[in-house]
Design a protein around this ligand. Structure first.
Ligand SMILES: *Cc1c(COP(=O)(O)O)cnc(C)c1O
Length: 393
C-alpha cells in the first residue's frame, strides 16, 4: 500500500490515536486510522451520560447491526465501513434494521451490478479544472479535501472514486488549488467537501481559513459536513469559535431522517448560532429511509425549530453499489408536492428538490423537468439548452 500523501497543512498536526483500540480495524479507504486531533468527549448538558466518543469495533458493528461478518468484510473492501459509537448507539435504539442502521449497514446488493448504475452519474470526474477541485459554477467551487469520513453512507455518490487516487491533496496540490482560486477572481466561495472536511484537524482547517482570507476575491467559505450527525463530539467550542473567525462561513450539514436529531444536534445548532455561523441542511431522498412525505415533514420542521435552514433535497445519484436507495422521479415529485402542501404553514422550511444531471450541467429543480414518457425527462436550462435524463424503470 502506498503511504498516504502528506499535506502541506497536515505537517504541523499532532495526531493521537488513543481512542482506537488495536482491534478496531474499520479504518478509512486506505486503512489509515482516523485522526483524533485531541478533541475530548463532550457531555450532553441535559443528561448525565457522556456522549460516546470513538469508533465501534468490527465485531460490535456485526453484532449490533446483525450483519454477517463475511459480508461486512467483502463490502468494506469496496467502500469502508466505519461506525462512530455515538451513531451506532442511535441506530440500535431505533432498531438494527431501522433507517439509521440502514444508512451504514452493508447490504449484499452493494456488490452486485445494476442496470441503473451510471459510471460518473453527475460528471463529477469530468469537471475538475485542477485535481481535487470540482467546478460547475463561475462563483463557487467544491474542494475535495479528503476521502475520509467519520461514517461511510452506503448511498454515497462518491463511493466509486478510485481508491488508488490520493486520499488528500498534498503540498503541490494545495499550491495548485490556491493558485487556481487566485487566477479566477469570479470564485467567491470555496466549499470544503470530500469525504468530510471535519475529519481534518483544527489546525488544518484554520490554516485553510487563513489562506482563503488572504485571497481578495474570496468573500466567504463553506463547509459541507455530516460530523454534526455522525460524530457530534467533533463539533466543540474550540472548533466552531475558530471556524467563525476572519472570513464569513456557512455550514451545510446533512440530516436525512428525524431519528438523527438528538440533544447533540440541539447543542450544535446553538453553538453555531452563538458564533454567528449560518447552518443549513441538505438531504438525499432515499428509498426505505425517507421516501415518504411524513418523514420529510418531520425532518424539515424539526430542523427549522433548531434554527437549521433548508438547503436541498437531492434526488439520489445512481452510482454502482447504491441501487437499493433509488427513487423514481415521479415518486420523488409526488413526495415533494405533498411535503410542500404539509408545510403550507411554514413555507420557509421547505428545501429545493434538485437533481444533479449526468451531463454535468449541475443541479436543476426536479419539479421543472419535463416528462417525455414513463422514464424519460428533459430540462430546458435558462439559456435554452436542453439536458436529458433517463430514469430507472
Ligand atoms: C452543489 C454544488 C455547488 C454548491 O451549490 P449551491 O447551490 O450553492 O449549494 C458548487 N459546486 C458544485 C460543482 C456543486 O455540485
Amino acid at each position: 500500500m502506498p503511504s498516504p500523501a502528506r499535506s502541506i497543512l497536515s505537517q504541523t498536526v499532532p495526531t493521537t490515536t488513543e481512542e482506537r483500540t488495536p482491534r478496531d480495524t474499520s479504518g478509512d479507504a486506505l486503512g489509515r486510522p482516523m485522526e483524533e486531533d485531541g478533541h475530548s468527549p463532550k457531555k450532553d448538558p441535559r443528561s448525565s451520560e457522556p456522549v460516546p466518543h470513538g469508533f465501534a469495533s468490527r465485531v460490535r458493528i456485526a453484532e449490533d447491526l446483525d450483519v454477517d461478518p463475511a459480508l461486512l468484510d467483502r463490502a468494506r473492501r469496496r467502500f469502508p465501513v466505519q461506525w462512530p459509537k455515538y451513531y451506532l448507539d442511535l441506530a440500535v435504539r431505533h432498531g438494527n434494521d431501522g433507517p439509521v442502521a440502514r444508512l451504514g449497514k452493508p447490504d449484499p446488493s452493494e456488490l452486485i451490478e445494476d442496470p441503473g448504475d451510471i459510471a460518473d452519474p453527475i460528471s463529477d470526474q469530468a469537471k475538475r479544472p485542477v485535481p481535487f477541485v470540482v467546478q460547475k459554477h463561475p462563483d463557487r467551487v467544491i474542494i475535495l479535501t479528503t476521502k475520509k469520513c467519520h461514517f461511510y453512507c452506503r448511498f454515497c455518490f462518491r463511493r466509486e472514486e478510485p481508491v488508488a487516487k490520493a486520499m488528500e491533496p498534498d503540498d503541490a496540490d494545495w499550491a495548485r488549488i490556491f493558485a487556481f482560486l487566485e487566477a479566477h477572481p469570479a470564485i467567491e466561495e470555496p466549499i470544503l467537501s470530500g469525504g468530510d472536511p471535519l475529519t481534518l484537524s483544527n489546525r488544518q482547517l484554520f490554516a485553510l481559513r487563513d489562506r482563503f482570507a488572504r485571497i481578495p476575491s474570496v468573500k466567504r467559505w463553506r463547509i459541507h459536513t455530516r460530523a454534526p450527525v455522525h460524530y457530534p463530539a467533533r463539533v466543540d467550542e474550540t472548533l466552531v469559535a475558530g471556524l467563525g473567525q476572519d472570513l464569513p462561513l456557512r455550514v451545510v450539514t446533512h440530516f436525512n431522517h428525524p431519528h438523527e436529531i438528538t440533544e447533540e444536534s440541539h447543542r450544535i445548532a446553538r453553538l453555531f448560532a452563538r458564533h454567528g455561523i449560518e447552518l443549513k441542511n441538505q438531504t438525499v431522498l432515499l428509498a426505505g429511509i425517507n421516501d415518504d412525505p411524513l418523514t420529510q415533514e418531520r425532518l424539515w420542521r424539526e430542523l427549522w425549530h433548531l434554527g437549521i435552514r433548508p438547503h436541498y433535497i437531492h434526488h439520489p445519484d445512481r452510482v454502482a453499489g447504491n441501487a437499493m436507495f433509488r427513487v423514481r422521479i415521479d415518486r420523488g415529485r409526488e413526495i415533494f408536492a405533498r411535503l410542500g402542501a404539509s408545510l403550507a404553514d411554514l413555507p420557509q422550511a421547505l428545501p429545493r428538490y434538485v437533481i444533479d444531471l449526468p451531463d454535468g450541467s449541475g443541479k436543476v429543480p426536479v419539479p421543472d423537468l419535463e416528462r417525455l414518457d414513463s422514464h424519460r425527462y428533459r430540462y430546458r436550462h435558462p439559456d435554452g439548452h436542453l439536458s436529458h435524463y433517463r430514469d430507472v424503470r
